[in-house]
Design a protein around this ligand. Structure first.
Ligand code: SF4
Length: 263
């Protein structure tokens, strides 16, 4: 079966993660572009990212907590569109919860760092570059220039703290961002900082040439398989408890006879 839809022109770290979890999920999300309805967690993530993006677009001396809170109203207008409100069944109680949680996150963020002292090369930085034959594309939350002149990739996380036994998985996306930066800017970031803003904690990891090479190689290998599966007209399903648990396409898979674990 040939696909009616064109092959995507680029591969983002999150789409790569889809593919690595299950090629069929990538097919549904990136080739067939089957919409995945927003959830409370994804809407909250976009809401909080919007606020921090606006904060760091301000001149450094204007980055106060009051100015940050001022962006919450425009986040509601921009992020909570009619479609999103419908998909997450937003009612007054949920809106109150979202605003309360956002306010807590803002307060915790200001305990984690003083944004007036942050020097960055960009926020919501869009980078597209060919790496080892793979057309990679990513949007970095923030790329900081540290006092010693080095670059740090900063990624905001609005979910729970990760299990540190799986750091390789936790840092995978950001390490691919580092490979993107290296290829695009000619300068490799030396550190990744994941800011778990709901918990007021950051975790960091150094970046080495070995790591960026390995991530780039894995992305190039994945892209080669993506183009092959696309030409063959089928991306195999690789069901597993972990992959299927939060997958939006469970019902479709079951209807097609895939043995999806779980409920
Ligand atoms: S439900 Fe499981 S097998 Fe089906 S696409 Fe999602 S991850 Fe793959």
């Amino acid at each position: 079966m040939a696909f009616e839809q064109p092959l995507p022109q680029s591969l983002s770290p999150s789409r790569l993660a889809d593919f690595q979890a299950c090629p069929r999920r990538y097919q549904h999300a990136s080739i067939e572009r089957i919409p995945q309805p927003a959830t409370y967690a994804t809407a909250k993530g976009r809401f909080v990212h919007y606020v921090f993006e606006r904060l760091h677009q301000l001149p450094a001396d204007e980055r106060t907590i009051d100015r940050t809170r001022d962006f919450v109203a425009s986040a509601a207008d921009e992020i909570l569109t009619d479609d999103v409100r419908q998909e997450i069944a937003l009612d007054d109680a949920m809106m109150t919860r979202l605003l309360d949680e956002t306010d807590t996150i803002i307060a915790r963020y200001f305990e984690m760092e003083d944004p007036k002292e942050v020097q960055h090369e960009g926020v919501e930085l869009r980078i597209g570059v060919d790496v080892k034959g793979a057309p990679l594309y990513g949007i970095l939350d923030r790329l900081d220039r540290e006092e010693d002149g080095s670059l740090t990739i900063v990624d905001y996380k609005t979910g729970g703290l990760p299990n540190r036994n799986y750091d390789s998985h936790t840092f995978a996306n950001a390490e691919l961002y580092a490979a993107l930066c290296e290829a695009h800017l000619g300068e490799r970031p030396t550190k990744i900082r994941l800011m778990y803003v709901a918990h007021g904690q950051s975790i960091e990891r150094p970046v080495s040439e070995v790591v960026t090479n390995a991530r780039a190689q894995a992305a190039a290998g994945a892209w080669s398989r993506i183009t092959r599966y696309y030409d063959e007209g089928d991306f195999p399903a690789t069901p597993s408890t972990n992959s299927c648990r939060f997958c939006a396409f469970k019902d479709r898979c079951r209807a097609n006879g895939v043995a999806v674990p779980g409920r």
